[in-house]
Design a protein around this ligand. Sequence first.
Ligand code: MN
Ligand code: MN
Length: 482
Amino acid sequence: MPDFDLIIRGGTVVTAADTFRADVGIRGGKVAVLADTLSDGPVLDAGGLLVLPGGVDSHCHIEQLRAGGGADEESFVTGSTSCLAGGTTSVITFSAQHKGHPIRDTLPEYRRRAAQAMVDYSFHQIITDPTDEVVRNEIPEIVASGIRSLKVFLTYEPSHLDDRQFLRVLAAARRTGALVTVHCENYDAIGWRTEALMEAGRTAPKYHAWSRPPVIEREATYRAIALAELVDQPIQVFHVSCSEVAAEIARAQARGLKVWAETCPQYFVLEAADMDRPGFEGAKFICSPSPRDSASRAALWGDIHRGTIDIVSSDHSGSSYEGEGKGKRARGGNAPFPMIPNGVPGLGSRLPIMFSEGVAQGRIDVNTFVRLVASNPAKLFGLYPQKGTIAPGSDADIVLWDPTRQVTVTNALLQHVIDYTPYEGMQVTGWPVATVKGGRVAMRDGKVQAEPGTGKFLARAPYDLIKRRGVLPDGFDAAQFA
Ligand code: MN
Ligand code: MN
């Protein structure tokens, strides 16, 4: 029997900390050895290529169930295909509680569907209805089963929580040792602005941005931080769209609060002006928070440099553009913006866009790139060092990356089920040429060759990073009582 199941030979290994020449020897699905030269096993040639940890996408919506029946268009099979094509090997998707129903009505169905995945996966449990039963019994059960993060919305009908409900979820997370992730926008302010825009006849896609300017995101971010501080509960702020919002997070971090932040490729590349493209094209770019302007896009890199934002996820939440009774045009090509489904696809484009805009354009080094798209998401969500690095004992999830290859992005290259990409025609430098998942070659030259069901559920155990700080007003731990 050969020493290794696979040897990745001749490449340059990149982790969050280091860049060095090494062969990678893989055995039993794990990295066994890093050494100058390895032999005795099948070889995958990485000459001239970067050898990176597989991407970890800690915020993406795949096959999410709709309250009214049915699920997202992107299935775990098509979603995994797009991930592997784009160099991502692990995802954290969502299990959504339907308002008025217990969580046990839906979670088993997510587990059943995700069993088809070809990338490893976990879930954030969305809480839309924090009843006594949910906060006292269901959340502890779910967290104990390895789903160690909860997700709440401060906007959207019918998902949004009011402040009292949000506090109950923060308290439940504190009692059980889970992280809380938050969509920060002000529900009432958006509703008020939207009503006024409709009244004024301003209904085109571009007015989506007008319904939720940055101050609406900044206010909710500040409020989420303050309430989390009151409970002494760590949080992650999802999809920070601009520096004006990041400034609130930086202020909290400087005071020692456990507040982390992610952003997404769309906030570096798309603008509100894209929603003003001719006809109904603008609908393709509607996502929340809204893309901002070109000055915001440029300034957001500063928040990466300062370390305020340390994760880039996709927030893949695709609705196709065309299609009978579904997607962006489901209510016709003149639908007012509040009726157009939110979200842009991004599973497969996340790494290429961040590498091109970041590393190839000279804004960040390749170690920072690895940190943003793989190491930090793995660390913050309790998957490190199993995921997010290349080291002896880590899962052999590895992407071979050509840093010089020039590619014109097309929807077909991304291999998701969604019928468009907001990045169609974009020129990028750097592209994944092979993806190894669990020690097996799962994608080569764009051909995905993994089998449905090869992805594993990642049960997440307690981890130190999200431990409470132990700082409470008056020292009174209200979370023990309410
Ligand atoms: Mn969101
Ligand atoms: Mn989302």
